[in-house]
Design a protein around this ligand. Structure first.
Ligand code: HEM
Length: 227
């Protein structure tokens, strides 16, 4: 008698989607905590410096977290590209609007449409961000290792840099909102009774992250936070 062998997780479309959802959740958690940490710039130079030093005082944990984040980001991006390519190859006609999508609001529909575009743009933004504030290697932007406050203020005093962060973080907001709603569907956690709550929760967390990430460059560019 033939015995059905379980397929490895990444051998099926739904398995890949589940991994995309779980890695997305880890990245979501990171951007939320990172945004709240960055709010300390409003408490002044010493507060944000102390916060950074407390994170760097556990090098093993820091490097462990960096490794997990990198693996999650690479897996999330690679699998998303793979799923999108396979879906495009398999589809001969365009989808008709399905019932759950028809129920979505304008923001969610727009977020869904920009998902494929926002992913690669965000990847470029993250590379720029690391070159700017972690490695300090962006030409024309002064950088002093460990001086987070000065690096942020000097960086965002440049309107081009502030503008880039604002646009990228608005796009990140759309990506997080759609991703936040979609992951409940992928993980089979949708239920007509919870759907509205799920959407509201994804909207609320995304709004906090996006507002924080937009307010920081905006207030610095406007001269409300100075060196
Ligand atoms: C306006 C919004 C943001 C500000 C002000 C900001 C600020 C910073 C600063 C100051 C650092 C350097 C910390 C240090 O010296 O240790 C940093 C690192 C980092 N940021 Fe951001 N960030 C923002 C948005 C984001 C977003 C949206 C992402 C991801 C999508 C992100 C991902 C990272 C990563 C991965 C690091 C490296 C962390 C490490 O050292 O391991 N940041 N950010």
């Amino acid at each position: 008698m033939l015995k059905a062998e379980p397929l490895p997780l990444l051998a099926t479309g739904i398995g890949k989607k589940a991994v995309v959802a779980i890695t997305g959740l880890v990245l979501y958690g990171f951007v939320f905590v990172h945004a709240l940490g960055n709010l300390q710039v409003f408490l002044g130079r010493e507060a944000i410096k102390a916060y950074r030093e407390s994170l760097h005082s556990f090098p093993k944990a820091l490097w462990g977290a960096r490794a997990v984040l990198l693996v999650c980001l690479l897996t999330h991006v690679t699998l998303t590209i793979d799923i999108a390519a396979k879906a495009r190859a398999a589809r001969t006609t365009r989808y008709k609007v399905s019932a759950p999508i028809a129920e979505q609001g304008i923001l969610q529909r727009y977020a869904r449409k920009t998902m494929v575009l926002s992913g690669p743009i965000l990847l470029v933004y993250i590379m720029f961000h690391l070159a700017h504030l972690t490695a300090g290697v962006v030409p024309g932007l002064p950088f002093k290792a460990g001086e987070v406050y000065d690096n942020l203020v000097r960086g965002f005093q440049n309107p081009m840099v502030a503008g880039l962060y604002i646009v990228a973080n608005l796009l990140l907001g759309l990506h997080l909102y759609h991703g936040g709603v979609a992951l409940f569907q992928t993980l089979g956690l949708r239920h007509p009774q919870w759907d509205a709550h799920t959407r509201h929760a994804a909207f609320l967390v995304t709004a906090v992250v996006t507002a924080t990430n937009v307010i920081i460059p905006t207030t610095i560019a406007a001269g409300l936070i100075r060196q």
